[in-house]
Design a binder for this molecule. Structure first.
Ligand code: ZN
Length: 597
């Protein structure tokens, strides 16, 4: 029995893919067909079957009965002749996680389009891609292996298993295609959307990143070609990792233009995203938790290790930019300090450990509400700081570094495709370093103790400084001339977003003046001491009062006006910046240079 999927669309403008699944020689048997409920790399039950509009089936004798047995499962009774299963999929989600189709381009993840056939998951899956009706000059960008014909053309593709089939997303359209090689491996960038990019600049920087990581883990690379699928939009940001490609969404202004001198701002953020997804080619696509081997896509797969698979990846995505020369030491320290600032301004770090955040990602991190900053911590941000601390701790107290741990994870788990046990990273780091790391992991991974950043960075010639937030958009990372005077200013303890009239409280921090006065997230503040405010002016208005002042706040909750008497407090010093120590010892400077080399 073999599996053949034909993908086309007779009405791309209606966002509908038409799929025909042909089961050859199916025998007289009941087959179960499933569509995944989640996509690897994005830990939320998304119920992709909700986008299947209708399903029917026939064979040489006529219609076959096909019926649902649960939300994502169909059963079909086949006979000896080939069974054709026809279904339509609505595709109008412009994210990297699902599928998107119109007259300008088509993008899909296999998890949205391909029904699996129970028992046949390990067989080859053939796919015929047919250009949607009415389209001209469309090409195909995917790492799905081409069965015959030339790359970038429509026609036959084949994945060795269902797992592989859903790990090669497909872009079809009139994208711009860039090429470069890293360590002899062909790399491509497919840019979809209206954009103008300095191609040389982009390829030069990406080549540095890719070469760095291939050499880091050792040649040969685990893929024989690699593709960056980039959807360029007005405003957007996101990525999803795959075994030989990544799907990215970026803002048009973040792509490098002719005049770019150094990587900074939006372009630096975009390179960080590319670096992050590329590192995943090893860390999570090959080195993965036991719970993901194999993936059970019918329900949640629980692991406490996302702090390592996302956090360590987040640590190396920026570190790589320094090590391969795209940014300098100062710019790298600014990136770390911004991450420290993010964690310091999240009270949830006292409430949830990164292990718990990983385990509960399905119901918490991926489903954040207005109380999220008070109750949860990002395993990306804090995970990357734990990776930083672990790296510095290992460098300081043993002969090894986190680099050695990652390379051993690749050799011992990734290459032979063995799942990493839940305590596997600690055990491996202990074995390689000869250190006892129980208290480190107990305190920082499984516990909520403050990270020893100040002490560790100090041993690497760096001083960790903190100051209060000085403007609504202040994300930390650098010193501020306003910091000194802000220390004794008033602080409300909330974040703001714009509302039609006034400033909407997005989050209200636990124990903050706003919360103590009875204010709540989603309240819309319209006046402070009887003077109108909005999201642009409220931050500075509050700063204008001294800590300890009592202010009268008028705010709407739903359509009812409330008045709150708020006793302002002084702001927390939760914005970090790093400086090189003036009195650093030679030993500390040597450590710093070895680390960032
Ligand atoms: Zn990631």
């Amino acid at each position: 029995m073999s599996l053949y999927y034909k993908v086309t669309s007779t009405q791309p403008a209606s966002h509908i893919f038409e799929i025909e699944l042909i089961l050859s020689n199916p025998q007289s048997k009941i087959h179960k067909l499933h569509l995944p409920t989640w996509i690897p790399g994005s830990y939320l039950i998304r119920e992709f079957a909700k986008n299947i509009i209708d399903v029917s089936a026939y064979d040489s004798d006529g219609a076959l009965s096909i019926y649902k047995t649960d939300k994502c499962t169909w059963e079909i009774q086949t006979q000896s002749s080939d069974a054709h299963i026809l279904y339509r999929v609505y595709a109008w989600d412009l994210s990297v996680r699902m599928a998107h189709l119109d007259q300008s381009h088509a993008y899909f993840n296999g998890t949205s389009l391909f029904l699996s056939v129970e028992g046949l998951e390990d067989q080859p899956h053939t796919v015929e891609l047919v250009a949607p009706k009415g389209t001209k000059n469309w090409k195909v960008a995917t790492t799905l292996p081409k069965l015959e014909g030339r790359l970038y053309e429509f026609g036959l593709y084949q994945a060795e298993t269902y797992d592989a089939l859903i790990d090669h997303p497909v872009e079809m359209g009139t994208f711009e295609l860039l090429h470069f090689e890293a360590c002899g491996v062909p790399h491509e960038v497919a840019l979809t959307g209206i954009q103008k990019t300095n191609e040389y600049r982009l390829c030069t920087d990406l080549e540095k990143i890719c070469r760095y990581f291939i050499e880091f883990f050792g040649e040969p690379a685990p893929m024989d070609r690699y593709l960056f699928q980039v959807m360029v939009v007005g405003t957007g940001y996101g990525g999803l990792e795959h075994r030989a490609s990544t799907s990215l969404i970026c803002s048009r202004k973040d792509l490098p233009q002719q005049k770019f001198q150094s990587a900074k701002g939006g372009y630096l953020k975009f390179l960080g995203l590319c670096s992050h997804e590329y590192f995943h080619t090893w860390n999570v696509k090959q080195i993965k938790p036991e719970a993901y081997l194999p993936y059970d896509l019918s329900k949640e797969a629980y692991s406490v290790q996302l702090w390592a698979f996302e956090g360590i990846t987040s640590y190396y995505d920026d570190l790589c930019l320094k090590r391969c020369g795209i940014i300098d030491k100062e710019a790298y320290l600014e990136l770390i300090a911004k991450t420290i600032s993010r964690v310091l301004s999240t009270p949830g770090r006292h409430v949830q450990s990164v292990a718990d955040s990983s385990f509960d990602t399905w119901i918490k991190f991926y489903r954040q509400d207005e109380n999220a900053p008070n109750s949860l911590i990002s395993y990306y941000a804090k995970g990357s700081l734990i990776a930083l601390c672990l790296d510095l701790h290992l460098r300081l107290h043993s002969d090894i570094s986190l680099d050695d741990v990652m390379k051993a994870l690749w050799n011992e788990y990734g290459k032979p495709q063995i799942g990493v046990p839940e305590d596997g990273i600690q055990a491996l780091a202990e074995r390689l370093s000869g250190l006892e790391l129980n208290s480190f992991f107990h305190s920082y991974v499984y516990g909520t103790e403050e990270l020893p950043l100040e002490t560790l960075l100090n041993a690497f010639a760096i001083t960790l400084n903190t100051r209060p937030k000085v403007s609504n958009s202040d994300a930390g990372g650098s010193a501020s001339a306003k910091a000194e005077s802000t220390l004794t200013s008033g602080w409300l303890g909330a974040t703001f977003s714009s509302a039609s009239a006034g400033a909407k409280l997005r989050n209200v921090y636990t124990g903050s003046p706003a919360q103590l006065a009875g204010m709540s997230a989603n309240d819309v503040v319209i006046a402070i001491d009887n003077i109108k405010v909005d999201s642009k002016t409220i931050f500075d208005r509050i700063l204008g009062y001294p800590a300890g002042a009592i202010v009268k706040v008028h705010a709407f909750r739903r359509d009812e006006l409330h008045v709150f008497d708020v006793v302002l407090q002084s702001p927390p010093c939760d914005k970090a910046y790093l400086t090189l120590k003036r009195d650093a010892t030679e030993e500390e400077i040597t450590r710093l240079n070895h680390w960032l080399r």
